[in-house]
Design a protein around this ligand. Structure first.
Ligand code: PLP
Length: 399
């Protein structure tokens, strides 16, 4: 689409041209099944071998055998969680957070029906995890602690290394799974330094295509497979390997490593410019995460006393893509579970918008959003039923 300003990179990203280029031969010339015996298959087998080495380095894992290729972040998470629990059937307790992605939370709701007890750890008003509550929750029966690395809606980063230390202190037998889908390509991942047992990523969040992911599972952790069948992935995940996509994932990981510095400087600078522009020029805007430590590309801003969906529609008319924390369920707008866990005031929760940038975001994109957004918000404010409250807010902010 011409004149598109894409600020929804936490939802998905554009495939990098170099990633696509690396994948193409594996659709056309090198299409052999890597399990086949003839020489022709050696090329695709070699491609998977090399990709595994690249992902091992991307995670700083100790061994290639600790990498399992999957179809997405959701599959990686389901495999980690079910796999660990199946191997520890006598333990029935899990600790997680209230702000996990649906692929984790909905699985825990299912597991509760299957007899597991799950403790959901809360966050403060900036979205930071309550470590004391987490420490209290872990006990002798805890099979698994599962915590995301960064939140998809707010970008807030959780202190994974500290959590790993708490787990070791409270119950060294407890396994630790980290959903790292929203940090891959944004900050470095070092599974050994973090001290995690399992960690998941998804290609489409860092410029690989949709339909490929990976799971790190350290050599001390044994998993039952989620998909049973052939011997692929050392018997841990059956199904003929998706060679082009695995090649694409590895290429994206290589490129992402080279871009980490750019993410932490240039992408962050543009995010901060967008954020400060909005907060400076729009009196009913509030930064939902306060001073919390975040990934460099994400900002979540609440526009008080107006509806987020209306903002998105106006932005969309101008070719600007962002997202709101609300999910439209059965005709009613249910505010996001993440913002609810943070106790974002009701005045702002329905008007919260996430902007997520990438290496493709330009200065021009950010300047344009900063130019048009105040007018959009003004238009929507005029039809808000909260005119007295808005006038009060305007006075308070001296604007
Ligand atoms: N975990 C987090 C934090 C996510 O943001 C997402 C996707 O939005 C997922 C897991 C699921 O990844 P996938 O879409 O690859 O299944």
């Amino acid at each position: 689409m011409e004149n598109l300003i894409y600020l929804d990179n936490n939802a998905t990203t554009r495939v990098d041209d170099k990633v696509l280029e690396a994948m193409l031969p594996y659709f056309k010339e090198e299409y052999a099944n890597p399990s086949s015996m003839y020489d022709f298959a050696k090329h695709s087998g070699r491609a998977i071998f090399e990709a595994r080495g690249i992902i091992k380095d991307f995670f700083n894992a100790a061994n290639e055998k600790e990498i399992i290729f999957t179809s997405c972040g959701s599959e990686s998470a389901n495999m980690a969680i079910r796999g660990v629990l199946n191997m520890n059937k006598n333990k029935k307790h899990i600790v997680t957070t209230k702000v996990e992605h649906a692929c984790v939370l909905n699985l825990y709701q299912t597991l509760e029906k299957e007899g597991y007890t799950v403790d959901y750890i809360g966050v403060n008003s900036n979205g930071e995890i309550d470590l004391a509550q987490l420490e209290d929750a872990i006990h002798f029966d805890t099979a698994l602690v599962s915590v995301m690395y960064a939140n998809n809606e707010t970008g807030v980063i959780f202190p994974i290394q500290k959590i790993a230390e708490i787990i070791k202190r409270k119950n060294p037998q407890t396994k630790f799974f980290v959903d790292a889908v929203q940090v891959a390509g944004k900050i470095p991942i070092d599974v050994q330094e973090l001290g995690v047992d399992l960690l998941s990523i998804s290609g489409h969040k860092f410029h690989a295509p949709k339909g490929v992911g990976a799971l790190y599972c350290n050599s001390k952790t044994i998993l039952t497979p989620l998909i049973i069948g052939g011997h692929q992935e050392r018997g841990k995940r059956a199904g003929t390997e998706n060679v082009p996509y695995i090649v694409g994932l590895a290429k994206a990981a290589e490129i992402a490593t080279d871009f980490l510095k750019y993410e932490s400087t240039e992408v962050k600078r543009l995010r901060d410019k967008l954020e400060s522009g909005i907060l400076k020029n729009i009196y009913n805007a509030r930064l939902n995460t306060g001073a919390a430590y975040r990934v460099p590309n994400t900002t979540n801003i609440g526009f008080e006393y107006i509806e987020g969906e209306l903002i998105l529609l106006h932005l969309s008319d101008l070719g600007i893509c962002a997202s709101s924390g609300s999910a439209c369920t059965s005709g009613s707008l249910e505010p996001s579970h993440v913002l609810r866990a943070m106790n974002v005031p009701f005045t702002a929760i329905h008007g919260s918008i996430r902007f997520s940038l990438s290496k493709y975001t330009t200065e021009k994109d950010v300047d344009y959003v900063n130019e048009v957004l105040p007018g959009i918000i003004e238009k929507i404010r005029l039809i808000s039923p909260y005119q007295d409250e808005l006038a009060e807010l305007k006075k308070l902010k001296n604007m």
